[in-house]
Design a protein around this ligand. Structure first.
Ligand code: AR6
Length: 176
């Protein structure tokens, strides 16, 4: 499998990406908040929150709910809920993995080709970046193999540190 063409790691504000799907790092109330969630809601406009409130009563950790992209350049937003880091013995690894897996499966069902992820759980929720990057890599390679329609997965990192950690973690498959 040639991953070089399918996986991109960039340092960028995810709200600026032109992709089919932007993934949000939401909370289980789907109530909005700070970080990337706040940025996505601001960029999309108030109708996105209206749709969330109208359609859903929150979302379990490890799952995602979708809305339209509104003023974003993306067609859809998947509001994924990652785990809060509580020391690592409370299923955090599995729940983070499920959150990504859930998004890749939704993308398959929706038959979309390009998706952009932030580092879910690695901000306010405190999940260690290095550990998250390893999990993200594993599930991403697995899902790219499984869902042949996936054309591009873009990891949008916000800090130099996160960008470097992702680059190192993916180095063997991306030749950089
Ligand atoms: N583009 C890409 N990445 C970003 C952006 C952006 N515009 N802004 C922040 N990040 P966080 P979490 C990075 O805290 O840990 C919210 O209040 C950030 O540097 O946004 O999953 C929600 O409502 C970090 O690496 O999400 C929840 O209550 C990563 O995005 C809670 O925070 C994720 O950080 C979710 O916490």
């Amino acid at each position: 499998m040639d991953y070089v063409d399918k996986i991109k790691i960039i340092k960028v504000d995810i709200t600026k990406k032109q992709v089919d799907i932007i993934v949000n790092a939401a909370n289980k109330e789907l109530a909005g908040g700070g970080g990337v969630d706040g940025a996505i809601h601001r960029a999309a406009g108030p109708e996105m929150m209206d749709e969330l409130k109208e359609k859903y009563k929150g979302c379990s950790v490890g799952e995602a709910r979708k809305t339209k992209g509104y003023d974003l350049q993306a067609k859809l937003v998947y509001h994924a809920v990652g785990p809060i880091w509580r020391g690592g013995k409370n299923n955090e690894d599995e729940l983070l993995r499920y959150a990504y897996s859930y998004c890749y499966d939704l993308m398959y069902i929706d038959n979309f080709k390009t998706i952009a992820f932030p580092a879910i759980s690695c901000g306010v929720y405190n999940f260690p970046l290095q550990r998250a990057a390893k999990i993200v890599k594993e599930i991403t390679l697995e899902k790219i193999k499984e869902h042949k329609q996936i054309k591009k997965v873009i990891f949008c990192l916000f800090s130099d540190k996160a960008f470097e950690i992702y680059q190192k973690t993916f180095a063997d498959v991306l030749n950089n």
